[in-house]
Design a binder for this molecule. Sequence first.
Ligand SMILES: [Zn+2]
Length: 415
Amino acid sequence: MTAADILLKNASQLITLTGDNTAPRTGEGMRDLGIIPNGDLWISHGQITGLGADDGRRHDAALTIDCSGKVVMPGFVDPHTHLVFAGSRENELGMKLKGHTYMEIQNAGGGIFSTVRKTREATNEQLIAQAMKRLDTMLLHGTTTIEAKSGYGFDRATEIRMLQVAKILNHQHPMDIVSTFMGAHAIPPEFHGREKEFIQSLVDMLPEIAEKKLAEFCDVFCDTGVISLGDAEAVMAAAKAAGLGLKIHADEIENIGASAMAAKMMAVSAEHLLKSSDQDIRAMADSGVIGVLLPGTPYSLMMKEYANARKMIEMGMPVALATDLNPNCWTESMPWVISAACYQMKMMPAEAIVASTINAAHAVNRAKSVGSLEVGKQADVIILDVENYEQIPYHFGVNLVNTVIKKGELAVGGP
Ligand SMILES: [Zn+2]
């Protein structure tokens, strides 16, 4: 082994997640963290070059960080965010507290439509500055790769601008950002009664988005009062034909058949899944659709109901976790999501870790480069000030992340 740039020495638990990572993990595989006690990790030229138990081997490293009493693990992957938007909507909290639903707030001109207005008015520089702050917060809390959706434009120009902003952020910020086109986020009021025209305008944008590599995925919010099943299928079929991967917001408000369609169309992932039936879960498990679960969403909507993660895992469906960062559910913290997944969805701590790393990496098509600590993978590594991984969900509401190494460079903290 050649001299390392960084040596992380003697972690109380080195959570490698090594194993068969060619497909997202299911069942027992979701509880296998590949832990090396008292483990060391070597990093050179932005990559992981070695890992193992401290057996007295001597290696020179430009920087050695003592990780005694700490957990070292892959950086979190957040596979569902609406990163780029303008403004905030804290005024809606009071409305929710008075018992108004998401749809009622939206119909009163709030909700997504107020974010669309502010996003359209914002300059690229303003959008970049606001998103940059969110990315900094994510990095501070251990997230090193995210997915970012467009969807607050409702017109061609703003949607393209949102995707361009995400691309600029991917270059300017240490975070790796995987872009998703989500023009089908709702039917704009001006298109009511002319839904097919709006859907056609989205379909017409897809070849350009794919050609200019503005997005890798296409997502559709398919639900009652949002995008109908037929319209969602039309957008997804066109996205597939353009070469984009498929995602879908499914079974969140009601079950109108969205997750069943995700299985039929071999979507990479289906998100939310609060109302999915056993039959839907079976179909998604058979098609390898990853369930991206977002406990922050029912939390911020003050709902009692969460996705049935236990049933999904027991039925062999791969599960990932994400923040759903958006103006209606504002958190950048994957450790908080892990905690909510355990306390509200009864996921085991190990399952929540797998769902936030390697399975999340599969959900954004990055499992070959991130999501586990393996020789040759990109060195996206975090050090947490906890003695074991079970303390990550257990000790909630504070930032346990001590150091973040992104592509082999210190991005947060230090020795
Ligand atoms: Zn979402």
